[in-house]
Design a binder for this molecule. Structure first.
Ligand SMILES: *[C@@H]1O[C@H](CO)[C@@H](O)[C@H](O)[C@H]1NC(C)=O
Ligand SMILES: *[C@@H]1O[C@H](CO)[C@@H](O)[C@H](O)[C@H]1NC(C)=O
Ligand SMILES: *[C@@H]1O[C@H](CO)[C@@H](O)[C@H](O)[C@H]1NC(C)=O
Length: 367
């Protein structure tokens, strides 16, 4: 026997169940990181807020690798890393890893206190400078809206796969200050990429080394970015056994930098290749060495001047590379190839024009 009231109560329960199953899944309450020691408590949460301002103590990293699938990480205000005395270039101040991660910087700042480390020598000096941000995300992850200020050396080291970096700001302008005639900041690469399926877009880099350096990987896009103060938009230096296949650079600008567009393979390196590379619509201004440089003789201590063909470079399309090099620049276009093929250059207008092209057709545009 059911009373009317118990039937009504059953109906309400059924309605409540229907309601709860048809509504969007609720976002779990945020796990808040407001000091470095909170990280371990939040690693099992899929909704993490890094709530500044706070200072990460010396000899401490924020390691957010191994996040749960689909985790959202939101950063608010400024997170500052105290200077460490034991870290080296093998260490990262911040690591992000996991699948389907959304990292939203909301315009907040990660401050690395690089000015306390810089000695004009970067990774070539005393090995006491940590890198900043290791990316190990996969599966359609997104990293956006963070400002990185004063990185001791390299800023983003991108591994992982299938990740977009959007509206990132790298501000290492303080490293332009001279000491003994040299900028204090050195080896402050913006984005180092050894990964597959990476898009970097609508970002700004002001630094003292490569804006982008692709060392290994495939399907890499660099779109609508602004580079200033550094060494240009680079592929390489490519070492033995490394392969780069499929790079698209579109609608970018490079100013006040040593180079504009650059591809370099290491002298004597073998067993790798660079292929399918397109640079389209790249604007240059105040370039001090080379507007376009493709060289197969690179050595860190100084290029040899004699190209080697163990890492062939093929299917390179340059289109719409325009602007200026400084009057004292070495060459507007410099190509030094032993094994280069399938180069297609068009609409190259870099002034003042002064080129030197070896190992490619002398009728190549820009040569
Ligand atoms: C480069 O451009 C060529 C010619 O427009 C196109 O066929 C090719 O798919 C492009 N490759 C990449 C990696 O963007
Ligand atoms: C040109 O770029 C250099 C850095 O390569 C910089 O020191 C100089 O101030 C720049 N000149 C102008 C006019 O911006
Ligand atoms: C062109 O570059 C090559 C390799 O660096 C160099 O040996 C040669 O002297 C240069 N040519 C001119 C005309 O400067």
């Amino acid at each position: 026997m059911h009373s009317l009231s118990s039937l009504t109560a059953l109906g309400l329960v059924v309605l409540a169940l229907l309601n709860s199953t048809s509504a969007a899944p609720a976002t779990p309450a945020a796990c808040v990181i407001s000091k470095a020691s909170d990280v371990s408590n939040c690693l099992s949460s899929t909704n993490i807020v890094i709530q500044g301002p706070f200072t990460v103590p010396a000899e401490t990293k924020l390691d957010l690798s191994g996040l749960k699938d689909g985790t959202s990480v939101t950063v608010k205000d400024t997170i500052t890393w105290a200077k460490s005395s034991t870290f080296t270039k093998a260490d990262f101040l911040f690591t992000l890893g996991g699948s389907k991660i959304t990292f939203d910087g909301t315009g907040a700042t990660f401050h690395g206190n690089g000015q306390l480390y810089w000695d004009t020598k970067g990774t070539n000096g005393v090995d006491n400078k940590p890198k900043f941000f290791k990316v190990l995300t996969t599966g359609s992850s997104l990293i956006k809206g963070i400002t990185i200020k004063n990185s001791p050396v390299h800023v983003f080291s991108i591994g992982g796969s299938d990740t977009t970096l959007d509206h990132i700001t790298v501000d290492n302008t303080d490293g332009d200050q001279l000491s003994g005639g040299k900028p204090l900041g050195h080896n402050t690469d913006g984005f180092d990429v050894s990964a597959t399926g990476i898009t970097i877009q609508y970002s700004t880099v002001q630094n003292q080394d490569d804006c982008l350096a692709i060392n290994d990987g495939s399907n890499i896009q660099f779109l609508h970015n602004t580079c200033s103060g550094g060494h240009g938009i680079s592929i390489g230096s490519i070492a033995s056994g490394k392969t780069v296949d499929g790079v698209t650079v579109t609608s970018c600008s490079v100013s006040n930098s040593e180079n504009g567009v650059r591809i370099k393979t290491i002298s004597g390196a073998t067993g790798g290749y660079v292929k399918n590379v397109n640079y389209t619509d790249v604007t240059l201004s105040n370039i001090s060495k080379y507007g376009i440089v493709i060289e197969q003789d690179y050595l860190n201590g100084g290029p040899t001047g004699t190209p080697t063909g163990g890492i062939p470079i093929s299917a390179v399309t340059l289109s719409g590379i325009r602007g200026t090099v400084s009057s004292s620049a070495t060459y507007s276009t410099y190509i030094l190839c032993a094994a280069c093929s399938g180069f297609s250059f068009s609409d190259i207008n870099i002034t003042p024009k002064h080129s030197n092209c070896t190992g490619v057709s002398s009728t190549l545009a820009g040569c």
